[in-house]
Write a protein that binds this ligand. Structure first.
Ligand code: 3PG
Length: 305
C-alpha cells in the first residue's frame, strides 16, 4: 500500500523518520509531499495513495475525487474541521484524528504567550504575574486538561466550562466547574479557548462574552480562528482599552487588530503543535492507526461514523 504524508506545514524530521519506520516495517511505501504551495500538487500526489496523513491540510470533495484509491485519511492532530467528513463518507474513506497526541505542546504555548502578555510583550515596563490570577478554560478536553495542570504549577485559580464534560470530571481534576460560558468569562481574569470549530462554536466568542471579562482581562486563543467573532472583538477592543487578545491563529482581520498595539499579538503561523515531540507523537500515532486499519480493519478513532 502507498501511504502519503501531505503536509503544507511539514513535520519535524524525526517525526517523518518515525512514520517511515512504522510504514516500511509493514512492507508499505511512504510518499512525501511537504511544503506544497499549490493544491494541484496535492491533487496529483493523492492519485496513487491508499492512505494519507495530513495536518491542517484541507481535504475537500475535490481531493477525494482525485484520490481514487484512498481508503483512510488520518489528521495527525486533534481538530478535523479541515476534512470534509461528508465527502469522506460518500467516497467510502475512513477519516480519523489522533486525539491527545499534541495537546501538551499546545498547552505549553498557552503559558508562553500568557507570560509574554502579562509582561507587556517585554517592552521594559512593569507587568503582572500569573500567580493568584483566575484562569478560565473553555472546553475541558485534552488541551484544556493540560492547561489546567500547568496553571496549577503557576499557582493560578483554575476554572473551566465544557458543554459536554460533566462537572464532576472537571472538579475531580481540582478545577472549579462553571455552569455557563457567561459565568466563566465573568469570573476569570484570563480565558483560554479550547473549543473545536463546529457550527455551534463558529463566531461564538464575541463581545457578549469577552465584554464580561473584568478590568485588564485577557482572551487567549490556541483553538481555531473561526470561533472568534472578529467584528465584535475589534469593536470591543476599541471600547475597552484594558483588554488584551492573544492568539496562535492569525485572524482574517490581523491588520485591523494590529491597531491595538500592546494589547494584541498573533503568532505568524499556528505554532501550538509545532514541536518535535508533538509531531513525533501525532505523526507516529497516525502511521500506526493506518497500519491497524490495513491489518485488522481497526477504526477506533474514526470521526466520520
Ligand atoms: C490540532 O488540531 O491538532 C492543532 O490545532 C494542531 O494543528 P497543526 O497540525 O496544523 O499544527
Amino acid at each position: 500500500m502507498k501511504v502519503l504524508v501531505a503536509t503544507e506545514k511539514p513535520f519535524a524530521i524525526a517525526a517523518v523518520e518515525g512514520i517511515r519506520e512504522v510504514v516500511e516495517a509493514e512492507g508499505h511505501e511512504l510518499m512525501l509531499l511537504e511544503k506544497y504551495t499549490d493544491k494541484a500538487q496535492l491533487l496529483s500526489a493523492v492519485e496513487d495513495a491508499d492512505a494519507m496523513i495530513i495536518r491542517s491540510d484541507k481535504v475537500d470533495e475535490e481531493v477525494f475525487n482525485a484520490a481514487k484509491k484512498l481508503q483512510i485519511v488520518v489528521r495527525a492532530g486533534a481538530g478535523y474541521d479541515n476534512i470534509d467528513l461528508n465527502a469522506a463518507t460518500s467516497h467510502h474513506v475512513v477519516a480519523e484524528n489522533t486525539p491527545g497526541q499534541n495537546s501538551n505542546a499546545v498547552a505549553e504555548l498557552v503559558f508562553g504567550l500568557l507570560v509574554m502578555a502579562v509582561r507587556n510583550f517585554y517592552n521594559g515596563k512593569s507587568g503582572t504575574e500569573l500567580k493568584g490570577k483566575r484562569l478560565g478554560i473553555l472546553a475541558f478536553g485534552n488541551v484544556g486538561r493540560n492547561v489546567a495542570r500547568i496553571a496549577k504549577g503557576f499557582d493560578m485559580e483554575v476554572y473551566a466550562y465544557d458543554t459536554y464534560c460533566p462537572n464532576d470530571v472537571i472538579e475531580a481534576a481540582g478545577v472549579h466547574a462553571c455552569k455557563s460560558q457567561n459565568e466563566l468569562f465573568e469570573n476569570c481574569d484570563i480565558v483560554s479557548l479550547h473549543i473545536p470549530s463546529t457550527p455551534e462554536t463558529i463566531k461564538s466568542i464575541g463581545s457578549g462574552l469577552v465584554g464580561q471579562l473584568p478590568k485588564g482581562g485577557i482572551l487567549i486563543n490556541t483553538a481555531r480562528k473561526e470561533v472568534i467573532n472578529e467584528e465584535e472583538l475589534l469593536e470591543l477592543l476599541a471600547n475597552r482599552t484594558d483588554l488584551k487578545f492573544i492568539t496562535d491563529i492569525m485572524p482574517d482581520g490581523d491588520t485591523e487588530f494590529k491597531k491595538f498595539e500592546g494589547r494584541y499579538f498573533s503568532t505568524p503561523k499556528k505554532m501550538g503543535a509545532q514541536t518535535a515531540e508533538a509531531n513525533i507523537n501525532a505523526g507516529i500515532a497516525a502511521a500506526k492507526q493506518i497500519i491497524s486499519y490495513f491489518t485488522d480493519g481497526c477504526t477506533k478513532y474514526q470521526v466520520n461514523k
